[in-house]
Design a protein around this ligand. Structure first.
Ligand code: FAD
Length: 389
C-alpha cells in the first residue's frame, strides 16, 4: 500500500466497489478504505432487486441469489390481498456474498482494498480535496488522491467534511427495522408488501422470502411516525401477527434517504455516490441498483478527469449530468408518487386494493394496475398524472 493514488474511495459497499472497479478499468490507480472488518457485513438491507435491472448491470452469479420471486402480494389495511406479477421477476440477494464479490471484482480490476480502515477526515490543497486521513489498527496515516469518492453510505461524513450540505431533512428519511426470521411460511414465489396505519403508518412492511422457511421481514416509516411508535416496536407487532412463533435470527435498524434528486454531489476533487449522494428510489427505498449505476458513472468520470488533469468541480459535473440523465427523471417521478401513495388513508388504500383485486390476476400487469388506479381513484389519478407528465 502506497501513500498516494489517483482515486481514493471511502466505503466498500456496492457504490464504492463499483466506482473503484470502473475507475481501475479505465486506467486509474485506486484505493478503497472500508471501516468494517469484512466487506458485506453487517447486512443492513432487505436484499431485494429487480432481476432484469441487476442483469443489465452485472453478470449475475448463482451464489448471489437467495430466492427468485415472480411477483408481489400487496396487503391492504383491511386484509384485502392483491397479487401482481408485472412480468419482471425479483431477486432476493445474499448481500454478504454479493458485496464481497463486487469488491473482489474491483480488486481484480486493480483496486487495492483495506478493511478495518476508517477515514477520519479529508486533506485539502488550495481549497480542493486532495486526499484522506485514515485510521487503521491504531495507526493514523494520510493518503494523497487526485479525486476522493465518498461512498460512505447514508450517514456520510465525507460530503459534510467537503462543505456540501449532505444532511437529510427528517421528513425525507425512512427509519427501518428488519428481522431475518426462520420458521415462517412465506410464499416462496411472492414478495409481500403490507400497508396501513396499524402496520407501518406512512410507509410499508415487507416479507422477502430467502429460501426454505426464512425471510427478511421488516418495515420503514417516516420520522413523524417514529415519534408515535418506534419502528422496532411496530415490527414486533407485525412479526407477532404475520409469523407468530417464528425465530428471529438477526435484528437490524437503519435509515433510507427518500429524497428528490440532488445535484450538489461534487466539489473540487470530490464525488459522492450511492446512499451518500441520496440516490436510492424515494418510492421503495431500493438503492442497490442505483448505487451500481452511479458507481460506474462516478468511476468513469473520475478516471477521465484524472487523465485530463482537471479534477475541478466543473469537470466532475459531467458525472452529475450523466447520473441525472440516467436516473434523475425516475427519482423525480418516484418522489412524487411516494408523496401520494404514503399519504393515502387506510380507507383509500382499501379502495385501491378492492379495485385492483377486481382485475383478473393474469391481467394485473403494471399497466393495468396503473389504469385501474387512475380511473377509480381520482386523487391518485391526479397525482399520478402530475408525476408522469
Ligand atoms: C432496512 C433496509 C432495507 C433495505 N432494503 C433494500 C432492498 O431490499 N433493496 C435495495 O435495493 N436497497 C435496500 N436498502 C438500501 C440499500 O441497502 C442501500 O441503498 C445500499 O446499500 C447503498 O449502497 P452504498 O454503497 O451507497 O452504501 P452502503 O452499502 O451503506 O456502504 C457504505 C460503506 O461505507 C463504509 N463507511 C462508512 N463510513 C466510512 C468511513 N468513514 N471510512 C471507511 N468506510 C466507511 C460503511 O461501513 C459501508 O460499508 C435497504 C436499506 C435498509 C436500511
Amino acid at each position: 500500500m502506497t501513500d498516494r493514488a489517483d482515486v481514493v474511495v471511502v466505503g466498500g459497499g456496492p457504490a464504492g466497489s463499483w466506482a473503484a472497479r470502473s475507475a481501475a478499468q479505465a486506467g486509474a490507480s485506486v484505493m478503497v478504505f472500508e471501516k468494517d472488518r469484512e466487506i458485506g457485513l453487517p447486512v443492513r438491507c432487505a436484499e431485494g432487486v429487480s432481476s432484469r435491472g441487476l442483469e443489465g448491470l452485472v453478470t449475475v452469479r448463482p451464489s448471489w441469489i437467495a430466492r427468485e420471486v415472480r411477483g408481489a402480494k400487496l396487503v391492504a389495511p383491511d386484509g384485502t390481498v392483491v397479487t401482481a406479477c408485472p412480468g419482471d421477476t425479483g431477486t432476493v440477494l445474499h448481500r454478504k456474498v454479493f458485496d464481497a464479490d463486487l469488491a473482489a471484482m474491483a480488486a481484480e480490476a486493480g483496486a487495492v482494498f483495506l478493511t478495518k480502515a476508517c477515514v477520519t477526515g479529508l486533506l485539502r490543497e488550495n481549497g480542493a480535496v486532495s486526499g484522506v486521513r485514515v485510521e487503521h489498527l491504531g495507526r493514523i496515516f494520510d493518503v494523497a488522491a487526485k479525486i476522493v469518492i465518498g461512498a460512505d453510505g447514508v450517514e456520510s461524513a465525507v460530503g459534510r467534511w467537503a462543505g456540501l450540505d449532505t444532511r437529510t431533512p427528517p421528513e425525507f428519511i425512512a427509519s427501518c427495522a428488519q428481522a431475518t426470521v426462520a420458521g415462517l411460511d412465506p410464499d416462496p414465489e411472492l414478495a409481500e408488501f403490507h400497508f396501513g396505519s396499524a402496520v407501518a403508518p406512512g410507509g410499508y412492511a415487507w416479507v422477502f422470502p430467502k429460501g426454505g422457511r426464512t425471510a427478511n421481514v421488516g418495515l420503514g416509516v417516516p420520522e413523524a411516525a417514529c415519534r408515535v411508535r418506534k419502528p422496532v416496536d411496530l415490527l414486533k407487532d407485525f412479526l407477532e401477527r404475520r409469523c407468530p412463533g417464528a425465530s428471529v435470527l438477526t435484528w437490524i435498524a437503519g435509515g433510507v434517504p427518500l429524497c428528490p434528486p440532488r445535484g450538489d454531489i461534487v466539489a473540487d476533487g470530490l464525488i459522492l455516490v450511492g446512499d451518500a449522494a441520496h440516490q436510492a428510489s424515494p418510492l421503495t427505498g431500493g438503492g442497490i441498483l442505483n448505487a451500481l449505476i452511479a458507481g460506474r458513472l462516478a468511476g468513469e468520470t473520475a478516471a477521465g478527469c484524472v487523465r485530463r488533469g482537471d479534477v475541478s468541480k466543473k469537470a466532475l459535473g459531467a458525472y452529475v449530468k450523466a447520473w441525472m440523465k440516467a436516473e434523475g427523471e425516475n427519482i423525480e417521478r418516484d418522489f412524487r408518487i411516494k408523496k401520494v401513495v404514503y399519504g393515502l388513508s387506510d380507507e383509500e388504500l382499501n379502495g385501491v386494493a378492492r379495485t385492483l383485486s377486481a382485475i383478473p390476476e393474469e391481467k394485473r400487469t403494471a399497466a393495468e394496475i396503473f389504469k385501474a388506479g387512475l380511473f377509480k381513484h381520482p386523487k391518485l389519478a391526479f397525482e399520478m398524472f402530475r408525476s408522469f407528465f
